[in-house]
Design a binder for this molecule. Structure first.
Ligand SMILES: [Zn+2]
Length: 291
């Protein structure tokens, strides 16, 4: 099947689906006390076309810059102009995906600041981007509390500040979150949604799309949606081992066909979970049956 990365999956979908997200202004907007956001164009999953760069700290700085994800020089120039007169403390990453790290090296080099992330993110980025400072679950960094939320990516961190949580790719304000089994894990993702839900309620600041004022409601909606999907995946299985492509019409019949390359990855993530739950079985050649 070749090298399967989330970036290559995003690319397949971008070829088929135009980005339909709103035009985003390239001016920083205050979204919470001590947090401003700038949306920069990135190669991400449509309909989203931008990744939010969050700037955390007082108006005059120093600021921590979270997920400078754009690889495009003219987008990086917009960020540079915004940061021109601000001292920068560090670059923080939520996780290793290309649409979150694309501008990190350029920014860290320009301002001579560390790049900080979870150890699992640093491992994933070995040879691509040097993470110079590791962040552990529960650690306070630049006034933010790091919360380890694996699932979409192994080293995914959210960052809490007062009544706001920088949520990375745990939830999306536009589009959906992909759990791809090559680097994600549905069991961990569900546990991470529950973990965020158990913490004091906050506004969620996603990497894609606008702030989500009622964070707990969104987390419950995501959990319910995944449970609904698991039910459909289970309903698509029979006693006969069946390939993924033949399960899709039942499990993802409500999803546009052009998204089926992604749906198939998500289907596999659900099946992996069901297999660990003792409810589904892989016959060793990619055909699945009910247990
Ligand atoms: Zn991601």
């Amino acid at each position: 099947m070749g090298e399967l990365t989330i970036e290559s999956l995003y690319e397949q979908v971008r070829a088929a689906v135009p980005a339909t997200g709103p035009e985003v202004s390239a001016v920083p907007v205050q979204v919470a006390s001590g947090i401003r956001v700038l949306a920069l164009r990135t190669p991400t999953l449509p309909p989203a076309a931008h990744t939010n760069v969050y700037m955390v700290g007082p108006e005059q700085g120093p600021v921590a810059v979270v997920d400078p994800g754009s690889p495009y020089p003219e987008q990086q120039a917009i960020l540079d102009a915004v940061l021109e007169n601000l001292p920068i403390a560090m670059v923080l990453l939520t996780h290793h995906h290309g649409d979150h790290i694309g501008g990190a090296a350029a920014l860290a080099e320009r301002w001579n600041v560390p790049i900080a992330a979870h150890a699992a993110t640093a491992r994933r980025l070995a040879g691509i981007l040097e993470v110079t400072q590791l962040i552990e679950d529960g650690e306070t960094i630049h006034g933010l509390t790091a919360v380890h939320t694996p699932g979409h990516a192994e080293g995914h961190l959210c960052y809490e500040l007062g009544a706001a949580t920088i949520a990375g790719d745990m939830v999306a304000g536009i589009g959906t979150i992909l759990i791809d089994p090559s680097e994600g894990d549905m069991v961990l993702y569900l546990a991470s949604l529950e973990r965020l839900l158990a913490r004091p309620p906050t506004t969620l600041l996603p990497a894609h799309g606008p702030p989500i004022a009622d964070g707990p409601a969104k987390l419950r909606e995501y959990l319910a949606h995944r449970m609904m999907r698991e039910g459909r995946v289970l309903a698509s299985l029979t006693a006969d081992p069946t390939p993924l492509s033949a399960l899709l019409p039942t499990a993802y019949g409500d999803t546009p066909r052009m998204l089926w390359p992604l749906a198939e990855r998500s289907l596999l993530a659900h099946l992996d979970k069901l297999s660990r739950d003792g409810r589904a079985r892989d016959d060793g050649s990619g055909r699945w049956s009910r247990l």
